[in-house]
Design a protein around this ligand. Structure first.
Ligand code: NAP
Length: 245
């Protein structure tokens, strides 16, 4: 008898896991995206869009007869992780979180760690003039009221036109980003400070290395709390968990 695993996605790891898990005997995969960015490749085992909170998620898990959940969402996607934890608990479904390790401070880094995005916006006027904002589009409006700072804002897709943007330039691009090109970018735009989430992983670490080498400050947003539960750090370990069933 085969088991159906719901993979909550939106990360490179989730996509890789979904592909590899689909090759396991006795495992059927459903990969779920929030739908924040346009998906170019949608296969029949994907679904897009919110579930409608915990209640909607529970209904979905029941109607699709999901047996297992792997939460492979981004470490800053705290709401869906909480919802998955509550829903799995209620339905007594096994749940695993795939969470890539955080970046660690190393000698030469000039990090200013803050609790969240509003705290990053609040601290900027005391230390920056030209900022590279690498937090995506979702919370960009937190910086709209910040005065006397020019922003280079990198994101995958433009925010909707009703969102007020801070003064500066939008750069549309999708990682991975090469550290040498990141260095060029910092140099070209005379960036003195980067705002980054502590996302972890290699794909966006180039800017952190480039900042270290150029003496650029990094306002590093700490990760939100994740729900309790079993965690692994990489795709192989998540596959090993799946093979146990
Ligand atoms: P969030 O705050 O945790 O979630 C907000 C709502 O979006 C959830 O309550 C849920 O809606 C829906 N949602 C989130 N992930 C979903 C998924 N994989 N499948 C179906 N619905 C989902 O998440 P977020 O920070 O907005 O991030 C949205 C997505 O972008 C996530 O899938 C995440 O992996 C990806 N992502 C986020 C970041 C980031 O920095 N936050 C960076 C890269 C990628 P309902 O309550 O209606 O179910």
């Amino acid at each position: 008898m085969s088991l159906i695993v719901l993979i909550l996605g939106g990360t490179q790891e989730a996509a890789e896991l979904a592909e590899k898990a689909a090759n396991l005997p006795n495992i059927q995969v459903k990969l779920s995206f929030a739908g924040r960015i346009s998906q170019s490749i949608i296969s029949e085992n994907c679904r897009i869009g919110g579930f409608g909170g915990v209640t909607g998620l529970i209904k979905y898990l029941q109607s699709e007869k999901i047996d297992l959940i792997i939460d492979a969402t981004h470490p800053f996607a705290a709401k869906i992780s909480d919802n998955a934890a509550i829903a799995a608990e209620q339905l007594r479904l096994p749940r695993l979180m795939l969470v890539r390790p955080e970046w660690e401070f190393v000698m030469g880094d000039q990090w200013i760690e803050v609790e969240n995005i509003p705290a990053a916006a609040a601290i900027l006027p005391s230390l920056a003039k030209r900022v590279f904002l690498t937090i995506g589009k979702l919370e960009i409006n937190a910086f709209t009221q910040v005065e006397n700072i020019w922003f280079l804002m990198r994101m995958i897709e433009k925010p909707s036109s009703d969102i007020l943007l801070p003064k500066g330039l939008i750069l549309l691009n999708r990682g991975p980003f090469d550290q040498h090109l990141e260095k060029q970018l910092l140099h070209q735009y005379k960036i003195d400070t980067i705002v980054s989430k502590n996302s972890g992983g290699d794909a966006t670490y180039g800017k952190i290395v480039a900042a270290r080498e150029l003496g650029v400050k990094v306002v590093m947003v700490k990760r939100p709390m994740l729900p309790q539960g079993e965690q692994v750090e990489d795709v192989e370990a998540a596959l090993a968990w799946l093979k146990e069933f």
